[in-house]
Design a protein around this ligand. Structure first.
Ligand code: PSV
Ligand code: MN
Length: 432
């Protein structure tokens, strides 16, 4: 039995105050769904099987390019980050893994970190490399790129860092490496567009060669920022071409914020799934660009449509279809634990709503060219308030009926604020 950070009796006390109301809501929804031929308990069991990884960097206040306003009791190192991640999983029961970012989270003793995670009932999802920043004492700067740099020494250093991430990940029990580079150009003519991608491919092959047999390499694309004229891996087409060139263990990672506004992301998801290259997601939401807002906070319908494609792919491809679900958010005005819990629940909500789509009816309407009823079939699932299913899934798995309320009632933030005094000079800018 893993250790709980918040006293289990406190969570139980919170649940006791809401249990009867939840049961009434659950029974009402169950009756409504049974008239649609849906067994609510089967759906709740499905919800219990859902999991999304928490980004270690999400439990601190991210900040923007302009400033960072730290919150109380922020984790000061990776062990404290794991404690916060354990709280998120304890209350939501939907986040059993953590995605680490190196060198931000480089542990002094990787084995000890794995033991800490084990004792908290956590595991590790994909590890992330960082060649978008220079680290203290680094021999070669990434100012003009990393995997695509003109400097061979900088490229080799970036490849070596990714291989080091794989080695750390192996000790931690991770099974994947996510590679995102900010490489690109700010001026037309600054890069030879083809030459930069050739250098990327050459470097990426060096990383790919170091992947263990049961690992995946996730290639994450991003439209712009920090490069503002062109980014080397800017879109899913480039990501797909790279993944094809590298081989079976290379797949594409879709960060929802890394597209132009109004891009049809669900179609990108469908395309990548069709050709066996959908590796996974960084879930978040956005209004303008890579805003890293809480999942489902701006466009929950888009999130649902993404999961609708995932449900379709799962039905077609069965167990072989198993993309990695991760959050990637930056919190500036909320308690990061509350935001991450809410986001995990929103992603799980989209997953359950997509499971409610009557796929046979939809296929029939599509075959009849009945556009209106096809759209209504999706809307019917999307409009169903599955909150009681999500709450019951948490309750049955030992979590909190209302994670944010239980978290606030626990006083966790105030307790860690005492244990974790702010570091001098901890404000400033940047996501770190
Ligand atoms: C880049 O914007 C990104 O989405 C990548 O996943 C990074 O690893 C992450 O954000 C953290 O900066
Ligand atoms: Mn990302």
């Amino acid at each position: 039995m893993s250790k709980t950070i918040i006293d289990a009796a406190q969570v139980e006390q919170h649940n006791a105050t809401q249990r009867a109301a939840l049961q009434a809501d659950y029974d009402a929804l169950g009756g409504m769904l049974s008239r649609r031929g849906v067994d609510i308990d089967a759906l709740t069991a499905k919800a219990q099987g859902f999991a999304v990884a928490v980004p270690s960097w999400g439990v601190g206040t991210g900040g923007t390019r302009f400033a960072r306003f730290p919150g109380m009791g922020e984790p000061r190192d990776v062990t404290e980050k794991l404690e916060d991640c354990a709280v998120i999983h304890q209350l939501t029961r939907a986040t059993p893994t953590v995605s680490l970012h190196f060198p931000w989270d480089k542990p002094a003793d990787p084995k000890a970190l794995r033991q800490q995670a084990d004792s908290l009932g956590l595991g590790f999802d994909a590890v992330n490399s960082n060649t978008f920043q220079d680290q203290a004492g680094q021999a070669h700067s990434y100012k003009y790129g990393s995997l695509t740099a003109q400097s061979q020494a900088a490229r080799e250093q970036a490849v070596a860092h990714n291989i080091e991430c794989i080695e750390l990940g192996k000790t931690l029990g991770s099974k994947g490496l996510t590679v995102w580079v900010g490489d690109g150009a700010n001026f037309p003519g600054q890069h030879n567009l083809r030459g930069a991608l050739e250098r990327y491919l050459d470097s990426a092959k060096g990383i790919y060669a170091a992947l263990p047999a049961d690992w995946l390499m996730y290639i994450e694309h991003k439209l712009f920022e920090p490069a503002f004229y062109c980014t080397v891996i800017a879109d899913w087409g480039t990501s797909f071409a790279v993944a094809q060139q590298l081989g079976e263990k290379a797949k594409c990672l879709v960060d929802l914020g890394h597209h132009a506004p109004n891009t049809n992301i669900e179609m990108i998801v469908a395309r990548l799934a069709q050709f066996g290259k959908l590796g996974g997601f960084h879930f978040n939401d956005s209004k303008y660009g890579d805003d890293d807002l809480d999942s489902g906070s701006i466009d929950p319908f888009q999130l649902f449509l993404v999961f609708n494609e995932l449900a379709d792919a799962a039905q077609r491809d069965g167990a072989a279809f198993n993309p990695a679900y991760m959050l990637d958010q930056s919190h500036n005005v909320t308690d990061p634990i509350e935001s991450l819990m809410s986001s995990a629940v929103e992603v799980q909500r989209a997953f359950v709503q997509a499971a409610l789509v009557d796929r046979a009816a939809l296929a029939g309407f599509q075959a009849d060219n009945d556009a209106l009823q096809s759209a209504q079939t999706l809307k019917k699932a999307f409009r169903t308030d599955v909150s009681p299913i999500l709450a019951m899934a948490r309750l049955r798995a030992g979590g909190a009926i209302d994670p944010v309320a239980a978290y606030r009632a626990s006083g966790y933030r105030n307790q860690v604020a005492v244990k974790r005094p702010p570091k001098a000079g901890a404000s400033g800018s940047g996501i770190v």
